[in-house]
Design a protein around this ligand. Structure first.
Ligand SMILES: Nc1ncnc2c1ncn2[C@@H]1O[C@H](COP(=O)(O)OP(=O)(O)OP(=O)(O)O)[C@@H](O)[C@H]1O
Ligand SMILES: Cc1ncsc1CCO
Ligand SMILES: [Mg+2]
Length: 262
């Protein structure tokens, strides 16, 4: 990929309104990550308004981390509107392999044709129908283990599928790429994956999808590298990470992105 920085520049110029139906753990972290990146987040989940709100946004993210039935209704209604109006939407299937309830909801949301599915390896394996429970919201599998499942899920769903971990893997079912940016402290801070899902949504507005996802992952991972270089531990990492998201510009992203075809 030639110039991932241009996707960051376009996202910042658009400053897209990103509608997020996310979990209680992620709400504040994710909103701050989106603001630091240059997008406008709104966390809106009431079933009475989620579908209407989705129609106002440039992108939608749906995360099942702390889902309950009224939220699930809101998710399905919002995704239906997004699909009907060509608003890109991203599914984050948190812990989808853990329970029957999550597996069933995950399958229904995939049928509503997300633009992108972003999860860790255990989640992508489970969503593709394999017996992978994960450890709650954490992965117990390596990214490589989930690559075939990611390709199959992309072909079945029509979505670009991103599996994140030490080296991220992205596929649209035909093409694939790996993004090596990141830092080992990232999985020691909660809701960074959830926040990344929102950043992916922000990058999608009016952009080619496969490339936009790769650029978003490289941007997020590069910010992790910068934060990891100065942080004393997970606490100071969070603060340094927001600062790095804000400081990285298009030129720095193009220079620092570590993207390879797969
Ligand atoms: N071991 C690692 N080394 C480097 N980067 C990592 C590592 N693990 C995860 N990351 C990065 O952390 C970010 C979040 O990915 P991760 O796979 O941890 O999401 P997740 O499991 O959905 O997180 P959560 O559910 O806690 O929000 C991605 O940018 C990914 O590249
Ligand atoms: C820890 C946790 N539990 C449910 S959602 C969530 C945030 C990370 O996915
Ligand atoms: Mg997650």
């Amino acid at each position: 990929m030639e110039d991932p920085g241009q996707y960051l520049a376009t996202m910042r110029k658009t400053a897209p309104l990103v509608h997020n139906i996310t979990n209680y753990v992620a709400m504040n972290v994710m909103a701050n990550v989106l603001l630091a990146s240059g997008a406008s987040p709104a966390m809106v989940h009431a079933r009475e308004e989620a579908a209407e709100f989705a129609g106002l946004a440039q992108a939608l993210s749906i995360n099942i981390g702390t889902v309950s039935p009224p939220w699930a209704e809101a998710m399905e209604a919002a995704a239906t509107v997004a699909r009907a109006r060509d608003i890109p939407w991203v599914l984050d299937p948190v812990a989808v392999g853990a329970t029957d309830y999550r597996r069933a909801l995950g399958a229904r949301l995939v049928e509503l044709r997300p633009t992108v599915i972003r999860g860790n390896a255990s989640e992508i394996l489970a969503l593709a129908g394999e017996a992978a429970a994960g450890k709650g919201a954490d992965s117990t599998e390596s990214v490589e283990t989930a690559e075939d499942a990611a390709r199959a899920l992309a072909r079945h769903s029509g979505a670009v599928v991103a599996v994140t971990g030490a080296v991220d893997f992205v596929t649209d079912g035909t093409q694939a790429a790996r993004v090596a940016n990141g830092h080992a402290m990232m999985p020691r801070v909660t809701a960074l994956g959830c926040s990344l899902t929102g950043v992916v949504a922000a990058f999608l507005a009016d952009q080619p999808q496969f490339e936009a996802v790769i650029a978003a992952l490289a941007y997020f991972g590069l910010a992790g590298e910068r934060a990891g270089a100065s942080a004393q531990g997970p606490g100071s990492f969070q603060v340094a990470f927001l600062d790095a998201l804000h400081a990285i510009d298009a030129e720095a992203l193009t220079a620092g992105a570590r993207i390879e075809p797969a």
